[in-house]
Design a protein around this ligand. Structure first.
Ligand code: FES
Length: 943
C-alpha cells in the first residue's frame, strides 16, 4: 500500500494506483474525459489536473507515490480544470451540453461551464449505418477512449482517429460505413464515450455504465443486475428498464468475469423479448394443426398423458430433456420431478451434446466435473494452450481477456483446424486434421517426456499412471504424429516446448476437443499434459478449463439433470447417495440409470418411449442427424415442448407451452469457472407465458405429487441441504456476496476457486494419467464425400438463433455461410457468395459459399444458427464412445453449386469472421393456429 495525503487527509491506496484513483478514493470529484479505468491512461484532455507536491499534473497518468501531497479541491485547481473543459466545449455544438446527459455535460455542469461555451456550428455529419452503434462526429472530442477500448479491452482494433487538429474524429480503421467495418459490436466504444458521440440508438441513446441510474420519469426508471443468458462466460449485466420494457443492457463495471465488458449478444440481443412471434398461449395438437388452448387444458393433457404412460408402460416410458438455458433451480426441480413424480432417472440435458466428455474426463483425471481453476487465476498464466475453442466468437469476453494477455506477452499456442480469431496472435498455431486431437496431445506429451519438460516431483507425489503412459507415448514420436495429424513436426516440438517450459501454463478447451467419437479420450489426453507439467492443483491457477457453451450447461449437470447422476454428481447406482436423496425427498429414488438423449430418441423410434418432455431445447434443429431426431419425435405418442418461439421442435410437438426467458426469471446460473451467480427478473414475461419452474410444479400438482420447493430460493436451499459441495449456497448469500464458486461446503466457508491444492478428488487423491491410444474418427472423406465438415458458432448468433435472429443481429449476420478454401472452391467450381448445396451420408443442406483461408484445404465449416439451412441434417449419429456426445466436428460431405434453387440471395460481403448475407428461417407467427404442414407430425401420424 502507498500512503499519501489528498487535500490534507492522510490515506492509503494500493500499489500501482494513480493520483486520480487516490483523489476519488478520498471522495474527490474529478472529471477525466480521456480516462476509463478499464484501459491504460492517455493524459491528453487535461481535465483531471491537480497539484502534486507543488507541481500541476494530469492525475490520471501520475502514479501515486509514497508521501506525495496532493491538492485537488482548491478553487484555482477547479479553474484550471474548468479551462480545460472550456477548450473542449468550444469545439462542440451547443447540443453537446444542453439537454444532454453525458459524462462531459455532467462535468461541465459541475464546474460551471454552460452551454454558451459550446461554439461550433457542427456539420461533420453522422454514421447511422450500424444497428447498435451510431456516430455523431460533431460530438467527438478525439479523446481516444473508444479506440483504446476496441484495442486494449476488446482486442479487435477496428477503430482509429482520423483527421488533424480540431477535425480529428473517430472512424472505422477500414474506412467506409461503420456497419461494414471490423466492429464486432461489443458495445465497448458506446459504453466509454464521454460525450454521446457514440451511442446505441433508440431509448438507450446516451446511456452508459457510468450514467447515474435510475433516471426517474425517463427511459431508465429501473435497473436490475442479472447474469447473461447467452454463453457460459457468465457476464454480470445491468438491465435498464422503463414501463416493463428493456431500455438497455449495460455491462457491470464490477462484474467478476466481464469487468465492465460485454458482447454483441449479451449487450444488444434482447429485442426477441417483444417479438411478435413470441409464444403466449399453449398450443395443443389437433391432427396436423397446433391449436391455441388455455393453460388448464394444456396442462391437463400433459398430466393425463404422463399418468397413462406410467400406468400402461411404466415410468421408463417417460423421459425429459432438461435445459442448459434454464436456471439451476428449474433444473433441480425438473430432475426431482422425474425421480419423485414419475419414478425414472431418464432426465438429461444438452451437456450430453457438448461437454459431457469434459465432465467425465476431468472427473476421471482429477476427481470433479468442473474446470480446475477460476479464470482470474487462469489469466495469470504465462502460456495458454487453447484447444478446439474459438472464444473470440463463441465466448467473446473470455476471448478478449485472453487476447489481452497474449498482447501483453503471454505465449499462446492455438490448436484448431481453422484459423480462428486467436490464431493470428498465436506463437504457434497447430492445425490438426479434424478428429486427431488425441494423437496430437500424445505427440506433445512425447516431446515433453523426451526433453525433460515434466515435473518429476509432482509426478512422483501426486500422480499415477506414468509407466503406462510412457509406454504408450513411445508410439507417438513427432514424425508419426505429424503423419497422423498433418501438423508439421517442428510445430509439434515448438508447441510442446512453449507449454513445457512455461512457468504458469494453462489449458483451455472447447467443443473441438469434446464433440468427437473419442472426445473423452481427448479431454484426458489434454489433462495428461497438465499432469506431466505439474500445472494443476497448484492453488495458484493454470490447470485444464473447459469453455462452456451455454449459459447454464454447467449448472444443469450440477443440479443432477443427468440420467446417471443425482445433484452434486452423486451416482444413482450408489445406495448411500440414493438414501440421502430419499431422506430429503421423502420417496425412494429409482436405482437404474435412465436414458441419455440419443437413447431417448432410439427408444422413441422403437416405440418404447411414450412421453418426451423437451424443455428449452430445439432438438429438431440442434441435435445431430436431425432426420433421425424428427423420426423419434414423430414416433413418440406425446411430445411436450416448453418454448419461447415456434421452433422446429415445437412444430412437431403435441403440446407447446409458452415459457419465459432469462430476462424474466428468478434463480441462479453456474458459469464456466463454477461461479454461481444470481439471475433476476428484469421485466415481466408476456401475458400467457410461464416459467419452467411454474410449469413443472403445475404438472406435478395435477399428478398429485408435491415437489416442495415453492420458490427458486427454496429449491436452491433444498439442493444445498442435499449436496455437500453446494452446502454454502443460497440466494441470500449470493445477493450479499455476488458470485460464489462451488465447491462451497458451508454457509460460513468460502467457495473454492482453485481446486486440488492439497489432494485430488479421485479415490486415491492422485491425478490420473490416461494411456488411451489414438483412434480414428467415425467418418473419413472418400471419393463420394471428399471434404470434412466442421460445425461451430459464429460471433453474432447463438445456437439455433431463436433469440439472436429476432433482432438486429440478423442485420449483422443474415445467413449461415459455408467456409471453404480457394483450392476447394476451384476444384468444385463454387464461387464466393454463390449458393452451395452440401450433402453427407445423412442429409443435405443449402448455404452460401464464403471462399477464404480460414478453413484448410479439404475442410469446410458451417454454423447451425439458421435451422432452415439444414446443417444438422448433415451431421452423423456417431458419438463419443464413453458419453454419447455427438461427433459434430467430423462429417464427410460433398459440395456442389446449388443453382437457382438455393435458399437465399448472396448479400453484402464482410471482412469479419462469421458475417454474411442471406435469408431467415421464416418461422410462422405463433399467436394463432400453427399450421404444421405436410412434413409435420400430424400429417405423419394420419398416414
Ligand atoms: Fe487525465 Fe484526460 S483524464 S488527462
Amino acid at each position: 500500500m502507498i500512503r499519501l495525503a489528498v487535500d490534507g487527509v492522510e490515506m492509503s491506496v494500493p500499489d500501482g494506483a494513480s493520483v486520480l484513483a487516490a483523489v476519488r478514493a478520498a471522495g474527490g470529484e474529478l472529471p477525466s474525459l480521456c480516462h476509463d479505468d478499464r484501459m491504460s491512461p492517455a493524459g491528453s484532455c487535461r481535465t483531471c489536473l491537480v497539484r502534486a507536491d507543488g507541481r500541476i499534473v494530469a492525475s490520471c497518468v501520475t502514479p501515486a507515490t509514497s508521501g506525495v501531497r496532493v491538492e485537488a479541491a482548491a478553487e484555482e485547481l477547479r479553474a484550471l480544470r474548468r479551462g480545460a473543459l472550456e477548450v473542449i466545449a468550444a469545439g462542440l455544438p451547443r447540443r453537446a451540453l444542453a439537454g444532454t446527459d453525458s459524462e462531459l455535460s455532467r462535468a461541465c455542469a459541475d464546474l460551471g461551464v454552460g452551454p454558451d461555451a459550446a461554439r461550433s456550428t457542427g456539420g461533420r455529419g453522422a454514421d447511422t449505418s450500424h444497428p447498435y452503434v451510431h456516430l455523431d462526429r460533431d460530438l467527438c472530442i478525439a479523446c481516444g477512449r473508444c479506440v483504446r477500448m476496441c484495442s486494449e479491452v476488446q482486442g479487435t482494433f477496428a477503430l482509429t482517429l482520423t483527421g488533424r487538429g480540431a477535425d480529428t474524429v473517430v472512424a472505422p480503421g477500414t474506412g467506409g460505413p461503420w456497419v461494414d467495418s471490423d466492429c464486432v459490436a461489443c458495445g465497448g466504444c458506446v459504453d466509454t464515450c464521454p460525450t454521446g458521440a457514440l451511442t446505441e440508438p433508440g431509448p438507450a441513446r446516451g446511456l452508459t455504465s457510468a450514467t447515474p441510474l435510475p433516471i426517474p420519469g425517463g427511459p431508465a426508471t429501473g435497473v436490475t443486475r442479472t447474469t447473461c443468458g447467452y454463453c457460459g462466460v457468465g457476464c454480470s449485466l445491468d438491465v435498464v428498464t422503463a414501463d416493463g420494457e428493456v431500455t438497455a443492457v449495460l455491462p457491470d463495471l464490477g462484474g467478476p468475469v466481464n469487468r465492465g465488458h460485454a458482447c454483441v449478444k449479451g449487450r444488444f440481443a434482447h429485442r426477441y423479448l417483444r417479438s411478435t412471434e413470441r409464444l403466449t398461449q399453449p398450443l395443443l395438437r389437433h391432427g396436423d394443426r397446433l391449436v391455441p388452448v388455455g393453460w388448464d387444458e394444456a396442462l391437463r393433457h400433459v398430466a393425463d398423458g404422463l399418468r397413462a404412460a406410467v400406468a400402461e408402460h411404466g415410468p421408463e416410458s417417460v423421459a425429459v430433456i432438461s435445459s442448459a438455458r434454464a436456471t439451476n433451480e428449474e433444473n433441480y426441480l425438473i430432475q426431482k420431478f422425474c425421480r419423485v413424480a414419475i419414478g425414472t432417472n431418464s432426465v438429461d440435458n444438452c451437456s450430453r451434446l457438448c461437454h459431457s466428455p469434459s465432465a467425465l474426463g476431468l472427473t476421471a483425471s482429477f476427481g470433479m466435473a468442473g474446470g480446475t481453476d477460476g479464470f482470474d487465476d487462469v489469466q495469470r498464466a504465462d502460456c495458454f494452450l487453447v484447444v478446439g475453442a474459438n472464444p473470440v466468437e463463441a465466448h467473446p469476453v473470455v476471448g478478449a481477456r485472453l487476447l489481452n494477455r497474449a498482447l501483453r506477452g503471454a505465449r499462446l499456442v492455438v490448436v484448431d483446424p481453422r484459423a480462428v480469431g486467436l490464431a493470428r496472435h498465436a506463437d504457434v498455431h497447430l492445425r490438426p486434421h479434424p478428429g486427431t486431437n488425441v494423437a496430437l496431445c500424445h505427440g506433445l506429451a512425447h516431446v515433453m517426456l523426451a526433453e525433460d519438460l515434466t515435473d518429476e516431483t509432482f509426478l512422483r507425489d501426486r500422480a499415477t499412471g506414468l509407466p503406462e503412459l510412457t509406454a504408450l507415448l513411445d508410439d507417438y514420436p513427432p514424425a508419426r504424429v505429424a503423419d497422423l495429424t498433418g501438423v508439421p513436426e517442428s510445430d509439434i516440438v515448438a508447441a510442446a516446448r512453449l507449454y513445457g517450459r512455461a512457468q504458469r501454463p494453462a489449458i483451455l478447451h472447447g467443443l473441438g476437443v469434446t464433440e468427437h467419437l473419442h472426445g473423452t479420450d481427448g479431454v484426458r489426453a489434454l489433462a495428461n499434459l497438465a499432469i506431466l507439467r505439474g500445472a494443476v492443483g497448484t492453488g495458484r491457477g493454470y490447470g485444464v478449463n473447459p469453455l462452456r457453451g451455454q449459459n447454464n450447461v454447467q449448472g444443469a449437470s450440477d443440479m443432477g439433470a443427468l440420467p446417471d447422476l443425482l445433484p452434486g454428481y452423486a451416482k444413482v447406482t450408489d445406495p448411500e447417495a440414493r438414501a440421502r436423496a430419499a431422506r430429503v425427498w421423502g420417496v425412494p429414488v429409482p436405482e437404474r440409470p435412465g436414458l441419455r438423449i440419443p437413447e431417448m430418441f432410439a427408444a422413441a423410434r422403437a416405440g418404447r418411449l411414450r412421453v418426451l418432455w423437451v424443455i428449452g431445447e430445439d432438438i429438431c434443429a440442434t441435435d445431430p442427424d436431425t432426420h433421425q431426431v424428427v423420426a423419434a419425435v414423430r414416433a413418440c405418442p406425446l411430445v411436450v415442448c416448453d418454448e419461447l418461439f415456434p421452433s422446429e421442435t415445437a412444430r412437431h410437438a403435441d403440446v407447446v407451452l409458452p415459457a419465459t426467458s432469462w430476462l424474466e426469471k428468478d434463480g441462479t446460473f453456474v458459469n464456466f469457472d463454477r461461479r454461481v451467480q444470481r439471475v433476476r427478473p428484469a421485466v415481466p414475461p408476456p401475458d400467457g407465458a410461464r416459467s419452467d419452474f411454474d410449469i413443472v410444479h403445475a404438472v406435478a400438482d395435477l399428478l398429485g405429487a408435491s415437489l416442495g420447493c415453492p420458490t427458486p430460493a427454496a429449491a436452491l436451499a433444498e439442493c444445498a441441504a442435499l449436496t455437500p459441495d453446494f452446502a454454502g449456497l443460497s440466494h441470500e448469500r449470493l445477493d450479499r456476496e455476488g458470485a460464489v464458486p462451488w465447491p462451497c461446503r458451508g454457509p460460513d466457508r468460502p467457495g473454492e476457486t482453485s481446486l486440488y491444492r492439497e489432494r485430488f478428488a479421485t479415490p486415491d487423491g492422485r491425478a490420473h494419467l490416461a494411456a488411451a491410444p489414438y483412434l480414428p474418427p467415425g467418418e473419413e472423406p472418400d471419393d463420394t464425400y471428399p471434404l470434412v465438415l466442421v460445425t461451430g458458432r459464429r460471433w453474432a448468433h447463438y445456437n439455433s438463433g431463436s433469440m439472436t435472429r429476432r433482432g438486429p443481429n440478423l442485420t449483422l449476420a443474415p445467413v449461415d455461410f459455408l467456409d471453404l478454401h480457394p483450392d476447394d472452391a476451384e476444384r468444385f467450381r463454387i464461387a464466393d457468395g454463390a449458393p452451395v448445396s452440401v450433402t453427407s451420408r445423412h442429409g443435405s443442406a443449402r448455404l452460401v459459399a464464403r471462399v477464404g483461408r480460414e478453413s484448410a484445404p479439404g475442410q469446410v465449416f458451417a454454423a447451425f444458427h439458421f435451422p432452415a439451412h439444414g446443417v444438422n441434417s448433415l451431421t452423423s449419429g456417431n458419438a463419443d464412445t464413453v458419453t454419447s456426445c455427438p461427433e459434430y466436428k467430423v462429417t464427410a460431405v460433398r459440395v456442389a453449386p446449388a443453382g437457382a434453387t438455393a435458399p437465399g440471395p448472396p448479400g453484402r460481403p464482410d471482412r469479419r469472421p462469421g458475417i454474411g448475407p442471406g435469408f431467415t428461417s421464416g418461422a410462422p407467427g405463433p399467436s394463432g393456429v400453427l399450421e404444421v404442414g405436410a412434413e409435420g407430425k400430424g400429417a405423419e401420424r394420419r398416414s
